[in-house]
Design a protein around this ligand. Structure first.
Ligand code: AQP
Length: 335
C-alpha cells in the first residue's frame, strides 16, 4: 500500500516579550489557524528570544508570559489536537543548532538585519544575543524540516536569512536542511500603531493607545480605537487615505471579512468617528470569544501543562533527528 504524502510542514512562533496584540493576531495567528488541517503545524513560544534584551527581563514575569502566550495560542483557535504547541527552551536542540549555525553565518549578514539596527539603536547596552537572534530563529525553523513559515511582513527578512543560512550550510557540508519559505497575508501583514500609524504595532512599544492587546477590556479597546490617530479630512478611499485611516480600514477588513471597497463606500461622506465606532464592535466580536476561551485555559493550569509537555515531547523527536543529521554532516561527534 502506498503511503500518504507528507503534509507540508509549518513552523512559527511568538516571543513572550510582552502582551499579544492584534498585529500578532492578524499577521501570524490567523494564518496559523487557517492551515491547521492542511499542514503539519508546529507552533512555539520562543522564550529564548525574549532574553535578547536581558535588562528588560524579570524571570518570574517571563515564565508567566510564556504560559499566558501558550494559553492565548489555544484561545485563538490553535487546537493542540491539530498542532504541536511547546516552549522553545524545553527543547534544547534549538540552542544546540543555533551554536552550529552561528559558526557558519557570516557576521556581515547579521549586521544587515533592519530589526537589529532599529532595536540596537533603541537600546543602550546591546548584547550579542540581539545580533544573533536571527540565527536562533533560523535554528528554530530548520530543526523541523520546515517548508512554510507564516509571519507578519516585519519577519520576511529573517526568513530569507534562514533560507540563506540553510543554503550555505548545505553548500559547506552537503544536503542537510530543507529551504523554508515565508508566507504573509495579502492584507494585514503589517498592522500599524494606533498612536503612530507610520510605525509597526509592537509589543515592546510603550504608551497607552499604541496597541490593542488581545486581553484588553472592552473599555480599553474602545478608548484605543476612538483615540486612534487619523487626520483632519474625510478621505476613505484606501489608496488616497492617510496612514491612520488605512490602518483602521485594514483592521476592519481582516477581522470582518468585508472588502476594503465595501467598507470605504459605507463611510464615504461621513466622519471618521463612524468608522471608529463600528470598528470597536468588529474588534469586540473577535476578542470576546478569545477572552472567554483564555479564561477557561487559565482556570485549568494542569491541562496547559499537559498540552505543553506533549508538545515538547513531539517537538524533541523531530528536532533531535534533524540536529543529529546536521551534527553528523558537520563532522561533530564520533559517528
Ligand atoms: N504589527 C504587526 N502586524 C502584523 N504582524 C505582526 N507581527 C508582529 N507585529 C506585527 C508578527 O507577529 C509574530 C510574532 O512577533 P514576535 O513576537 O516574533 O516579535 P516581533 O515581530 O518583534 O513583534 P512585536 O510584537 O513587535 O514584539 P517586540 O516588540 O517584542 O519586538 C511574527 O510573525 C511577526 O511578524
Amino acid at each position: 500500500m502506498s503511503q500518504a504524502p507528507r503534509k507540508s510542514r509549518v513552523f512559527s512562533g511568538v516571543q513572550p516579550s510582552g502582551s499579544l496584540h492584534i498585529g500578532n493576531y492578524v499577521g501570524a495567528l490567523t494564518q496559523w489557524r487557517d492551515i491547521l488541517d492542511s499542514h503539519d503545524c508546529i507552533f512555539c513560544v520562543v522564550d529564548l528570544h525574549a532574553l535578547t534584551v536581558p535588562e528588560n527581563v524579570d524571570p518570574k514575569a517571563l515564565r508567566a508570559k510564556s504560559r499566558e502566550l501558550a494559553a492565548l495560542y489555544m484561545a485563538c483557535g490553535i487546537d493542540p489536537e491539530r498542532a504541536t504547541i511547546f516552549l522553545q527552551s524545553e527543547v534544547t536542540a534549538h540552542a544546540e543548532l543555533a551554536w552550529v549555525l552561528t559558526c557558519t553565518t557570516p557576521l556581515s549578514w547579521l549586521h544587515k538585519m533592519t530589526q537589529f539596527k532599529s532595536k540596537a539603536a533603541a537600546n543602550e547596552a546591546v548584547g550579542s544575543g540581539l545580533l544573533c537572534y536571527p540565527v536562533l530563529q533560523a535554528a528554530d525553523i530548520l530543526l523541523y524540516d520546515t517548508d512554510v513559515v507564516p509571519v507578519g511582513d516585519d519577519q520576511v527578512q529573517h526568513i530569507e536569512l534562514a533560507r540563506n543560512i540553510a543554503s550555505r550550510f548545505n553548500h559547506l557540508f552537503g544536503e542537510t536542511f530543507v529551504l523554508p519559505k515565508h508566507k504573509v497575508r495579502q492584507a494585514g501583514a503589517r498592522i500599524m500603531g494606533l498612536d503612530e500609524p507610520t510605525a509597526k504595532m509592537s509589543k515592546s512599544a510603550s504608551g497607552t493607545g499604541h496597541a490593542i492587546y488581545l486581553l484588553d477590556s472592552p473599555k480599553r479597546v474602545k478608548k484605543a480605537i476612538m483615540r486612534a490617530k487619523t487626520d483632519l479630512g474625510c478621505e476613505f478611499r484606501f489608496d488616497e487615505a492617510s496612514p491612520g485611516v488605512r490602518n483602521l480600514i485594514t483592521i476592519y477588513e481582516v477581522l470582518s471579512g468585508e472588502s476594503r471597497e465595501v467598507i470605504s463606500e459605507r463611510y464615504e461622506g461621513r466622519g471618521y468617528g463612524y468608522l471608529k465606532k463600528d470598528l470597536v464592535d468588529v474588534v469586540e466580536a473577535s476578542l470576546a470569544p478569545i477572552r472567554a476561551a483564555y479564561a477557561g485555559y487559565t482556570d485549568d493550569p494542569a491541562e496547559l501543562d499537559r498540552v505543553l509537555d506533549a508538545g515538547a515531547d513531539r517537538a524533541r523527536g523531530v528536532a533531535q533527528s534533524v540536529l543529529s543529521r546536521a551534527m553528523r554532516n558537520a563532522g561533530l561527534g564520533r559517528r
